[in-house]
Design a protein around this ligand. Structure first.
Ligand code: F6P
Length: 351
């Protein structure tokens, strides 16, 4: 069997661990040849496909390294027009690919689903620091990102205490607040603002003022998709034809401008940005990514094409990609984590 492997969408720590586990499992099986596809689906879109054989040696020594040895793209869209789609179809045929293991987020899973129409069979592996893929209660990369944001919050806290400031820390996470929520709890944020719960400015002002009288500093952890009630999402840029057409970012600055006139303390913002996506995966993410890669190889060998690896109730399994394409796993409003956080005095900016 000839198996392609690609990484699509934004990168995250643990991708190399998946590439390694898929490749080693398939090579060990003895009947498979593995081809690495460069830069996500982009590597299949040109007249000359960009692929290279993946050998045992090629994937050795990469378990702990962040990023992806294959490269990735979050703007490549093989479904953008008929000509591109036809080119992908020809490349798949010429390369003799039986199946492609597509390691990616919701955008990549939607593309993988759409490509079935030109005969490209895929097995999906969910990845994202956002932790927002349906049927996957923990995606690798998330634990590493939570550790990075948590560490940043601790560093921000010491300087916030010294200067008696209100410090806003903006995290990634797009339309799901998992990263802001878990990092905020772990990093002892006083206020956590999520895309799932519109915040009320006055509620935040009141909370900060009360703290000005007591602790004299406040830490606000805000997910990039959060918004004030009645205000629109803070969009940084839009990218035509991309499977991820909207880039967020800057909501922390918007909140600073709205908040400052109401407070005595100085309000400052730190946007953590891509530091959250970089770095070596934590041991937890290395193990999870290896499990996901190994299971993807099993799906390939069992001929379970069109399926994505899942993690539910702590068990690795699979689901049809068609069922998860174009869906998202956001923080449920009845999440026990929200209840717990409220009970220990964390403010979510609610009225
Ligand atoms: O989906 C992962 C993610 O890191 C989001 O949290 C974030 O909004 C987006 O990617 C940023 O993408 P880019 O690298 O294109 O700015």
């Amino acid at each position: 069997m000839r198996v392609g492997v690609l990484t699509g969408g934004g990168d995250c720590p643990g991708l190399n661990a998946v590439i390694r586990a898929v490749t080693k499992s398939l090579i060990n099986h003895g009947q498979c040849e593995v081809l690495g596809i460069a830069d996500g689906f982009e590597g299949l879109m040109g007249e000359v496909p960009r692929v290279k054989p993946l050998s045992w040696d090629e994937v050795s020594g990469i378990l702990h390294i962040g990023g992806t040895i294959l490269g990735t793209s979050n703007s490549a869209n093989p479904l953008r027009d008929e000509a591109t789609l036809a080119q992908v179809g020809r490349n798949v045929q010429e390369l003799g690919l039986d199946v492609v293991v597509a390691i990616g987020g919701d955008g990549t899973m939607s593309l993988a689903h759409g490509l079935a129409q030109v005969g490209l069979q895929c097995v999906g592996v969910p990845k994202t620091i956002d932790n927002d893929i349906a049927n996957c209660e923990r995606s690798f990369g998330f634990d590493t990102a939570v550790a990075t944001v948590t560490e940043s919050l601790r560093r921000i806290e010491s300087t916030a205490m010294s200067h008696h400031r209100v410090m806003i820390v903006e995290t990634m996470g797009r339309h799901a607040g998992w990263l802001a929520l878990e990092s905020g709890i772990a990093g002892a944020a006083d206020i956590i603002l999520l895309p799932e719960i519109d915040y009320d400015l006055q509620a935040i002002v009141d909370f900060c003022k009360a703290r000005e009288e007591r602790q004299r500093y406040t830490i606000i952890c805000i997910g990039e998709g959060a918004k004030e009630s009645g205000q629109s999402l803070t969009v940084r840029e839009r990218i035509a034809h991309s499977p991820d057409p909207v880039r967020l970012g800057g909501v922390g600055h918007v909140l600073r401008e709205r908040l400052q006139p109401h407070l005595k303390s100085e309000v400052r913002t730190t946007v953590l940005g891509h530091v959250q996506r970089g770095g070596d995966p934590t041991p937890f993410d290395r193990v999870l990514a290896t499990q996901f890669g190994h299971h993807a190889a099993q799906l390939v060998l069992d001929g379970k094409f069109g399926h994505m690896v899942t993690l539910q109730d702590g068990r690795i399994g699979s689901v049809e990609i068609a069922k998860v394409a174009n869906t998202q796993r956001t923080v449920p409003l009845d999440s026990p984590l929200l209840t717990m956080a409220r009970d220990i005095g964390i403010c979510f900016g609610e009225v």
